[in-house]
Structure formats: structure tokens, C-alpha cells
Design a protein. Structure first.
Length: 335
């Protein structure tokens, strides 16, 4: 199958041609180049790769600014990144726009990676309603869920984002438990795989997760905060908790992530694969980010891998060494 080598911003990216040739990838050599030197054909093929069936890469990104450092700019992210969750808030070019912060340059760069590079952007929030009087003043649970759900949908659509990422770490909040399940089912009427607009993603992340198995069918992805994972056995046990013997989440919608904010210098914690291997494909000890990229549950291929504060991997030599290697390990080239 023919492959087209594409130079990407700050590194090399190999993507397949559009159509049937977009399903196999050879990704991310480690040569560093300046941005803004690529043809429209390059970007067209980059978008085609991201639209193809493959295991995705994901990142929670924060600290972005108009700084000279590409390590905290949208333009510095790996071109092959599939989903960027906006942990640092939503930039805007309109002063005073609700739920955003005003920074036209950051906004322009965010739109460039979304519209030109095909990176999907998600709004991330803790879906708690404690202190939200305009929600809690509603007399019934159904009305509370509806007005809060509508507010989340409005943020996504009013800011032309590709979906939402709900961080389910709200123990004790009114929206926890059965109310959260009903929130997902309400949102799932409009976005996600069962919604009127499945192009908008409905993502839930967190760990540990205690949630009714029936709600997973509404999620585009569930993202496990599998931070400091010691190996494939741990990742398999985590997936089994959301699998529910086939009644819960399917493996292709399961993403595992490492905390690169803590482990950017090593690419994670020491990791052991199911067969006992502890050696990285780069040589030396295998660490968890690469291990997550290489791992799949026994039930089938996972949806992807990713990182919290993944932009700190920019400090590696070369920049984004561990994430780029993980993308290559997850989607190895087919010769």
C-alpha cells in the first residue's frame, strides 16, 4: 500500500493518501523544522489521516499563550495529534464573550490547528452544579439536568468546538451518580454516537469510575486517567471495569492516558507488558506512555492513548519525543 511522507510542524509526519489509503500510518520522524512551510496537499493528507480509522492520540493542553515558546502554543503541538482538550480555557477573538478568555493570537492559532490541521477541540469541565443557583433553583431533577445540559451544548456550539469532555471527579456533587447518568443520556440525544449530531463528541474522563453500564453507549470515548500504570495487567483490569462483560464500553471507544505533567522527563513510570517485556522500542527501559500506546485490551483494539499536560513533553529532546514515539508505536507502518 502506497504511503506519502509528509513534513509536519516541528517534525515529520507520514500519512497515507486519502480514501482507502488513509488507514495505515507511518508517523513522526524526529527532525525539527519551522512551522508554516507546508503545502495545501500536505494539510489535505493530514486531515485525511485524521478522518481515517485509526487509534487516536489525545492531549489535555493548558498554559497556552502568545509566548515565543512553541511549547505553550497551539502551533507547537504535534500535527498528528487527533484531539486537544482545552484544559486552559477557550480562547476568543471577541472581548467579553461568555465562557472564554480574550486573546486573538491564541484564538487564531487554535483555529488553525482545528480547521487546517484537522485537530479536534473539546471543551473540558468538571460537570458539577454546586453553587450554580440558576441550576439548583429549578424544582425538579429533570429541569436541572436540562438547563445545565443545554448550557454545556451552547458552549460547544457557540464556540465552534468539536465536542465536550466531562471530567467525572465530582463525588458529593448533586450531579453525581444517577443524575450524572441522566445528564449523559440527555446530552446523548444531541451529540455523541446516538445523538442528532454525532460529529460532536461526548467524552467522559476520570478514574475510578462507578457508573451505570447503560450510559456508555452514549459516549464517543471514555478516557481513563490511568496515571502511573505499572503495566498491561493494570490496564486490562481497568478496562474490565468499564467493559461489564460486553454490556458496557467497547474497546474502540476506550482511551488510556498518563500524567506527563509529572513524568515528562521519562515518559511515564516503569511499565511491564503482558509477556514480561520491559524494553522500549527506543532502547532502554519501557515506560508507561509508550506502554499505553502499545497496549490493547484482550477484547479488541483500544480507541487510543494520550496525556495530561502532554505539552510538557515539548521539553524532551527532540520536542514531543515520547508522544510522537507513542503515536508511531500505536499505529505502526505496514510495509
Amino acid at each position: 500500500m502506497m504511503k506519502l511522507k509528509l513534513k509536519i510542524a516541528g517534525l515529520f509526519f507520514v500519512a497515507l493518501l486519502a480514501g482507502t489509503m488513509a488507514s495505515c500510518t507511518d508517523i513522526e520522524n524526529e527532525e525539527i523544522q519551522k512551522p508554516y512551510t507546508y503545502s495545501e496537499q500536505y494539510y489535505e493528507n493530514l486531515r485525511a489521516y485524521k478522518a481515517s480509522e485509526h487509534q487516536i492520540s489525545f492531549m489535555w493542553f493548558a498554559d497556552y499563550s502568545s509566548s515565543h515558546s512553541m511549547g505553550i502554543r497551539f502551533l507547537g503541538l504535534p500535527d498528528s495529534l487527533d484531539i486537544c482538550s482545552l484544559w486552559g480555557g477557550i480562547p476568543s477573538d471577541i472581548e467579553g464573550k461568555p465562557n472564554t478568555f480574550y486573546n486573538p493570537q491564541v484564538y487564531e492559532e487554535m483555529r488553525f490547528i482545528q480547521k487546517v490541521k484537522g485537530t479536534k477541540l473539546t471543551y473540558v469541565t468538571f460537570p458539577g452544579v454546586s453553587g450554580l443557583d440558576w441550576v439548583m433553583s429549578k424544582p425538579t431533577a429533570e429541569e436541572r439536568i436540562q438547563v445545565y445540559g443545554d448550557s454545556l451544548l451552547n458552549i460547544v456550539y457557540n464556540n465552534d468546538l468539536d465536542g465536550m469532555d466531562l471530567d467525572y471527579e465530582i463525588h458529593g456533587d448533586w450531579m453525581h451518580g444517577a443524575n450524572f447518568v441522566n445528564l449523559i443520556k440527555y446530552l446523548g440525544q444531541y451529540i455523541g454516537p446516538k445523538g442528532k449530531d454525532p460529529s460532536k463528541m461526548l467524552i467522559v474522563d476520570g478514574w475510578p469510575i462507578e457508573i451505570d453500564a447503560s450510559v456508555y453507549e452514549y459516549m464517543t470515548y471514555f478516557i481513563a486517567q490511568a496515571y502511573s500504570s505499572y503495566g498491561s495487567t493494570d490496564l486490562q483490569n481497568r478496562f474490565n471495569e468499564v467493559w461489564h462483560n460486553g454490556k458496557g464500553l467497547t474497546p474502540d471507544r476506550y482511551i488510556v492516558t498518563e500524567n506527563m505533567g509529572d513524568y515528562y522527563s521519562t515518559g511515564g513510570t516503569p511499565f511491564t507488558e503482558a509477556d514480561g517485556n520491559i524494553t522500549s522500542a527506543m532502547g532502554g527501559r519501557l515506560y508507561s506512555l509508550e506502554g499505553m500506546a502499545r497496549w490493547n485490551p484482550t477484547q479488541g483494539k483500544k480507541g487510543g492513548f494520550g496525556a495530561f499536560y502532554g505539552h510538557r513533553d515539548y521539553n524532551s529532546n527532540p520536542p514531543y519525543k515520547y508522544i510522537r514515539h507513542g503515536i508511531q508505536a500505536q499505529n505502526p507502518a505496514i510495509n
